[in-house]
Ligand binder design. Sequence first.
Ligand code: RFL
Ligand code: PHB
Length: 396
Amino acid sequence: MRTEVAIVGAGPAGLLLAHLLAQDGIESVLIEARTPDYVLGRLRAGVLESSTVDVLTRAGVGERLHREGMEHSGIYLQWPGRRHHLDFVELIGESVTVYGQTELTRDLMDARQRAGQRSYYEAADVVLHDIDSEAPSAAFTDATGVRRTVHAAAIAGCDGFHGVSRTSIPAARQRIWERTYPYAWLGVLAAVPPSTDELIYAWHPEGFALHSMRSESTSRLYLQVDAAEDLADWPDERIWDALALRLGHGQDGWELERGDLTGKAVLPMRSFVSAPMRYGRLFLAGDAAHIVPPTGAKGLNLAVADVTLLSRALRALVREGSTRLADDYSESALRRVWRCTHFSWWMTSMLHTSRDEFDSRLQLSQLEWVASSTAAATGLAENYAGLPIEFQGAPS
Ligand code: RFL
Ligand code: PHB
C-alpha cells in the first residue's frame, strides 16, 4: 500500500504526529506492535508542560485535558525538617498540568479513529527498507498473519526505546551517549485521594520519594530503590511505611493517607541520547531517540516537542518538496533534548541519595540554594515548566 508518511509506533509520539499531519491533510499509516488495550494500560507519565498543553489545545485534542487535568502552579521540594514550595507561576508565569499519559493516549486514539485513517495494531516483524532513498518502505505482518508493505515519502520512527527504527540506522552513522544510574524507582498507583495539593519531591537519607497524583481520588507515588530490587520484597505495608517516613508523615501535622495499591512496578533509570535523529528518509522522535530519568518529568513532553517540529518538517517535505526543515530537524530537536537531558540528570543527582556523606552534604546545600535564591529557583522553574518547543540554546 502507499501513503504519505509511515509511522512506526502508536505511543504518544506516533499518535500525536499522525494527528498533526492529518490536520494538515497529510495521510499516514500507523504501525503498532501491541494491542490498543496494552498501549492504554501502560502506566507512565503524569506532568504536562505548558508548551505541551498549548500544542494539544491548538491541535484540538485538549478538551478533556482542560476539563479533567489538574493545573498546578508549582511543586514542593522537601528534605528533613523542610518543605519548600516553588511557585512556577510567580517565578516565570507558567504552570504545569497533571494529566495521565494513559488519558492523553486515549484522547489521541479517539482522534485517530475520527480521522478514519489506517492503523495496524499487533503488527509483527516490522522491517524498514530503503530508508536512505527517496522511496522508503516499512514491511510488517498484520494481526491476521498477512505480510504488508507500506510505501511512503518518509518514515517516522516513534517506536520507543526498544523499537526497530533506531537500530535500522547503520551504527557507523550514529552516535550514542548513555548513563545508567545505580538506583531505580518503585512506582505505585493508590486508590486514595492525594495527601497534597501539588507534587512533593523529597530528599531523604533513606532515599528519594515522590508524591504525585492522577485524579482527586487516585495518588501516584514513587520510592527510590536499588537498581536490582525485587518487587516481592515490597509488600504494601513496607511501601506505605517507607513513603510515610520519606515524605515526612507526622511533621508539622502533615499526614500521608494510605489506600489500596495497584500497578506496582520497578522502573530502571537511564539517560540515553542517539544522534542524529534522522537518517535519509527515516526520522526518529520520542523515546526512540532519547530517554531521560523521570525525575524531571520530561520524557512525554520531549516526545511532544519532537513531533511538533517533525510534523512541520514533513509537511514541507511532502507538500512543497522543501527539505530545509527536514534537514534542520535533528539539530533543532537535539537542542531541547540535551537541555532536558541535563535538567533530568541534575534533578536526579540532586534528589537521589547515595551512601556517600560528602555527596549528601552537596545535595542538601543545593536544595537550600534553590529554596533561598530566586535565581536558582527560576532556573529550575524554567527547565521544569517553561521550555519553548523550539529551544534555541543561544541567541542566533
Ligand atoms: P512509547 O510510549 O514507548 O511508545 C512507543 C510505541 O512503539 C511501539 N513499538 C513498536 N511498534 C511497531 N513496531 C515495533 N517494532 C515496535 N516496538 C515498539 C510500542 O508498543 C509503543 O506503543 O514512546 P513515545 O511515544 O516516544 O512516548 C514517550 C513517553 O512514553 C515517555 O517518554 C514518558 O512516559 C516518560 N515519562 C514521563 N514523561 C513526562 O514527560 N512526564 C512524566 O511525568 C513522566 N513520568 C515517564 C514517567 C516514564 C516512566 N516509565 C515507565 C519509563 C514515569 C515513568 C514511571
Ligand atoms: C507521575 O505522576 O507519574 C510523575 C510525576 C512527576 C515526575 C515523574 C512522574 O517527575
